[in-house]
Design a protein around this ligand. Structure first.
Ligand code: MTE
Length: 317
């Protein structure tokens, strides 16, 4: 995601500021470790541990998978900063256990789930999806998770439920860019909120994701639990979710609040509708040199096209 804002600093000042931030980060981390060594040990992340899942051939992508190294070092996770390398560098501050996800709103059976129970709720499957970022790049990733629909069905949405709102953890101690002040360049209104229409959330392609590449989701990719919505631009796939709320009105998402002309609610991958500042007709697959044409709905038109029948996709972008 690129954020348009008035230049506040000269380039030289930004470099200094970055150095300052890095140093500050290091000092804060070192001080915390000195004061609370047992806390650091007890909350060490389970990322990197193997996670078993059966490959689901119905959701395969024959394109070569992006290198694990690239998928875990070139990330968008604004809670850690606006640079692609910030999440991998800083995500050690995220503590993915203990972790709960509150599922509530217009449902008959609201429930707060421990993430370990969520892992056992439904058989885990591996699906290879290409995730297309609105900025014009994409990756092919073997994700591990289960259909969001199987969780939503358990809580029994009522007739008033029309949309699903996802909320990321709000905790400035774990997410440095949520701290007020110099580190918060992004101008996003925390917590990160995303949303889907109920039928999009219930669609079999929509994956509640807990792992990738045969292992527990790395922190920088949204541990311990995120959504992956493969026919939409990557920013719809909210990371590190703590709440899934079924609502009757269309949720106000973080990116819509920040720049409504640029990031619409639907954000379906659509090569025919340009972003106001750049074309969406092609993309660069990370690891490839030449750009490739972007397919409608990121290649899932047969599966999801009917969800938008009769809608003007320029208006509902
Ligand atoms: N979720 C949260 N909470 N914060 C973010 O900044 N970035 C989004 C999305 N989910 C983001 C987020 C964007 S812009 C993209 S492209 C994808 O995460 C990137 O996912 P990846 O880093 O696992 O490839």
């Amino acid at each position: 995601m690129l954020i348009k804002r008035a230049p506040m600093f000269k380039a030289s000042e930004i470099t200094d500021l970055k150095l300052y931030c890095n140093r500050r980060e290091f000092m804060v981390g070192a001080a915390a470790l000195a004061l609370f060594p047992t806390v650091a040990a007890a909350t060490s992340t389970p990322s990197g541990q193997p996670l078993k899942a059966t490959r689901n051939p119905a959701f395969n992508n024959s394109d070569a998978a992006t290198k694990f190294e690239s998928a875990t070092t070139y990330n968008n996770f604004y809670e850690f900063g606006v640079n692609k390398e910030d999440p991998a560098r800083l995500a050690h501050t995220l503590r993915p256990r203990p972790w709960t996800v509150q599922v509530d709103g217009h449902v008959a059976k609201p429930k707060t789930y421990d993430v370990n129970d969520l892992l056992r709720l439904s058989p885990l499957e591996e699906r290879v999806y290409a995730l297309r970022c609105v900025e014009g790049w994409s990756m092919v990733i073997p994700w591990i998770g289960f259909p969001l629909a199987s969780l939503l069905k358990r809580v029994e949405p009522t007739g008033q439920a029309k949309f699903v709102e996802f909320t990321t953890l709000l905790d400035p101690e774990q997410f440095p860019a949520q701290r007020k002040g110099l580190l918060n360049f992004s101008s996003l209104d925390w917590p990160y909120v995303e949303g889907l229409r109920l039928d999009e959330a219930m669609h079999p392609l929509t994956l509640l994701t807990v792992g990738m590449y045969g292992q527990v989701l790395p922190n920088q990719n949204g541990a311990p639990i995120r959504v992956v919505v493969p026919w939409k631009y990557g920013f719809k796939s909210a990371k590190s979710i703590v709440r899934i709320r079924l609502v009757s009105d269309q949720p106000k998402t973080a990116w819509e609040k920040a720049q409504p002309q640029e990031y619409g609610f639907y954000s379906n991958v659509n090569p025919m509708v340009d972003h106001p500042r750049w074309s969406q007709a092609s993309e660069r697959r990370i690891g490839e040199f030449l750009r490739r044409k972007t397919p409608m709905f990121n290649g899932y038109a047969d599966q999801v096209g009917s969800l938008y029948a009769g809608m003007d996709l320029r208006k509902y972008f």
